[in-house]
Design a protein. Structure first.
Length: 310
């Protein structure tokens, strides 16, 4: 997948056309997938490249208005690459972009820079200064630039619209199963592996450690049955999200994953790692001893194997 930032877009060189969809796509849930899948379909039908335009706007969003994101930019890249998108355009949500008129946005990004041949948007999509732009602006631009336009209604589940806000609330409330159903995949936490305190290794249960960004939505602290992806391979795993109170007094939240069927001696620190949380096992607990913790982890592994087999 080609990654193009706003600073680089004027140097983007595509001799053909692109099929485009636009949005924040926080979570890349089933509603987003409908737009992205249609974008890819249009691209393949007309021999174009599929393109997702998204925004790196977390610095512009206050904690009060949007406390955490479902997907960081790195996680969006990972998910879009898995889906099969050809080009990802990342625009910084600067004052210049916020104040750009709908016409200027379409003229500059879609027509001049990307040579857009098809656009797929949701029926409620708003853009441009004060969010004054909408479907009508694309319909007018279609007459000028000749691109195909597809407008899609929001996807629903249980007669309710699938939205990032709805999924955030489910995860905050610990309803991971329903959140995963609306996402279309098990909730993802990804990043670069870091060295921990190696307490797990001393217990015979080595872990891969991630320290999530502060703007990443973390589910309730506890132990989860999970699937871990590293070097393109998928492993059954048990993941602890929390502060490991039995073996440390550190209050920084970590995501520590023990791979159940990993046999390589390769040092994987500093590599990209993704863990998908499949199901909740138990709350994080402070045990009286490391031995008691070790016994509980063995039970957690048995439970994870059962849950992952379902």
């Amino acid at each position: 997948m080609i990654i193009v930032t706003g600073d680089e877009i004027e140097n983007y060189n595509n001799s053909g056309s692109v099929s485009v969809t636009i949005g924040k796509f926080d979570g890349i849930h089933l509603g987003h997938r409908a737009l992205i899948d249609e974008t890819i379909r249009c691209a393949k039908y007309s021999n174009m490249l599929s393109c997702v335009i998204t925004f790196n706007n977390t610095a512009d969003i206050s904690e009060e208005s949007n406390p955490c994101v479902l997907t960081t930019l790195k996680e969006k890249k990972y998910l879009l690459e898995q889906i099969g998108v050809d080009v990802m355009v990342v625009l910084e949500f600067t004052d210049l972009l916020k104040n750009m008129s709908p016409d200027d946005f379409i003229n500059f990004f879609l027509a001049d820079m990307l040579n857009t041949g098809a656009v797929t948007i949701g029926s409620d999509f708003r853009f441009g200064k004060d969010k004054k732009g909408g479907i009508e602006d694309f319909e007018k631009a279609q007459m000028v630039y000749g691109f195909d336009l597809t407008v899609m209604d929001k996807e629903k589940a249980d007669d309710l619209e699938i939205s990032s806000t709805r999924i955030r609330e489910l995860i905050k409330n610990g309803d991971l199963k329903k959140a995963n159903e609306l996402l279309g995949y098990d909730y993802l936490i990804a990043g670069i592996t870091e060295s921990g305190k190696r307490k797990g290794r001393k217990m015979g249960m080595p872990t891969i450690n991630l320290y999530p960004r502060k703007d990443k939505l973390i589910p309730p602290l506890g132990v989860y049955a999970s699937k871990a992806v590293i070097d393109g391979k998928v492993y059954n795993a048990v993941t602890n999200i929390g502060v490991c109170p039995t073996i440390t007094d550190n209050r920084e939240i970590s995501v520590e994953t023990h791979l159940l069927d990993y046999s390589s001696d390769k040092d994987i620190y500093g590599e990209f790692f993704a863990v998908h949380l499949h199901d909740f096992i138990r709350e994080e607990t402070k045990f009286d001893s490391v031995e008691a913790l070790s016994t509980q982890i063995e039970d957690d592994i048995k439970e994870a194997v059962k849950l992952l087999a379902q």
